[in-house]
Design a protein around this ligand. Structure first.
Ligand SMILES: NC(=O)c1ccc[n+]([C@@H]2O[C@H](COP(=O)([O-])OP(=O)(O)OC[C@H]3O[C@@H](n4cnc5c(N)ncnc54)[C@H](O)[C@@H]3O)[C@@H](O)[C@H]2O)c1
Length: 315
């Protein structure tokens, strides 16, 4: 079983992630159906795709003359049956709510063609739980993209307890064919691989601030100027092998008991949310933000990711 460019791709949810995932498939020549709850959200999603592609073309990724063709391959709809009609591969990217996703997968399983694969872009929820109410669970799989999905290469392909090998392999091959860097996760655990690692680091970072060991800017400065520089070429397990597992064991024997291991969010995080200190959204989070610093932060990230993609496209 393989997918071809004649196969339709359906994306359910046209928000931050959904519009970017639709863009990936459209750029690679697939016909895409994009569904959301209002015409306004759908129009915004198409506008975002056009703006993303224009920015990329301006920076030497893709051609200006291909933009409208890619945009035209995305057909928008508010009707689920219409969205998934003829779709061979469906990616769900609605809000991160278990109940909503369970209901959607039950419904999609009933109306999608028998050979369609149904993927969820959940960040952390177990694929088995999301698939729980559907009958055709062997075709339900996790595809965890990262934001922005058209600039971050990785997609974690996660099988639920009942997902078939065929579903995983086909999903992996399809993602590779559209330029992504898929990896196969062996077991369905909350957070998969990437977000378990990311949030282990965030838990410790927040705890360090909560305990008054360093302020938030210093924590980020430490990471960006130390192991953060190494990470793109040297992951933690290769680093462990490099420094030696004997030294790693000695360090862990001493340090692990001092590292944060709470199963609850940090008090400082709860307090800030209660006070409405939400970060960029409200101008204050772990640090103070004005429009200029917010814009600078967003632009720095985008420029860095575009440069990274340009350099890697040449390889
Ligand atoms: N934002 C990220 O960085 C990120 C990264 C990886 C994965 N994810 C996951 O991707 C999913 C989507 O996240 P997002 O950031 O794009 O959210 P978002 O809020 O930007 O977009 C979600 C969209 O789904 C739509 N929607 C809600 N209910 C719907 C329904 N019943 N049918 C159709 N559309 C519906 C909303 O109108 C909205 O446009 C979540 O599961 C999230 O955890 C997010």
């Amino acid at each position: 079983m393989t997918t071809t460019k004649q196969d339709r791709i359906a994306i359910i949810g046209a928000g931050l992630m959904g519009h970017g995932i639709a863009q990936i498939f459209a750029v690679h020549g697939f016909q895409v159906s994009l569904l959301d709850v209002s015409e306004e959200f759908l129009a915004k999603a198409i506008e975002n795709v056009r703006a993303n592609l224009t920015l990329l073309a301006k920076n030497g990724i893709g051609k200006r003359e291909d933009i409208e063709g890619a945009v035209a391959r995305i057909k928008t709809t508010r009707d689920l049956r219409e969205a998934v009609s003829g779709a061979r591969f469906v990616v769900e990217a609605v809000a991160e709510q278990l109940e909503l996703k369970q209901k959607l997968f039950q419904e999609m399983d009933e109306i999608c063609s028998q050979d369609a694969i149904l993927a969820t872009n959940t960040s952390v929820i177990s694929i088995t739980e999301i698939a729980a109410r559907a009958k055709g669970r062997k075709r339900i799989v996790g595809t965890h993209f990262w934001n922005p999905p058209y600039l971050i290469p990785l997609v974690e392909v996660v099988p639920g307890d009942d997902t078939s090998h065929e579903t995983v392999d086909l999903t992996y091959d399809l993602l590779k064919s559209v330029g992504k860097h898929p990896v196969k996760v062996k077991k369905d655990v909350p957070g998969f691989v990437g977000n378990r690692l990311q949030h282990a680091l965030w838990r410790e970072a927040i705890s360090i601030v909560d305990q008054g060991i360093a302020d938030a800017a210093t924590v980020d400065e430490v990471i960006r100027n130390s192991f953060g520089i190494r990470l793109p070429v040297l992951g933690p397990l290769e680093t462990a092998d490099m420094v030696g597992l004997d030294l790693t064991l000695q360090i862990h024997n001493y340090i692990l008991k001092h590292i944060e291991r709470s199963t609850e969010p940090a008090p400082i995080l709860k307090q800030k949310v209660e006070k409405g200190e939400l970060g960029f959204k409200t101008g204050r989070g772990f640090q103070e933000w004005d429009q200029e610093s917010i814009q600078r932060s967003r632009s720095q990230l985008l420029e860095y990711l575009i440069k990274w993609n340009r350099e890697h496209a040449k390889e």
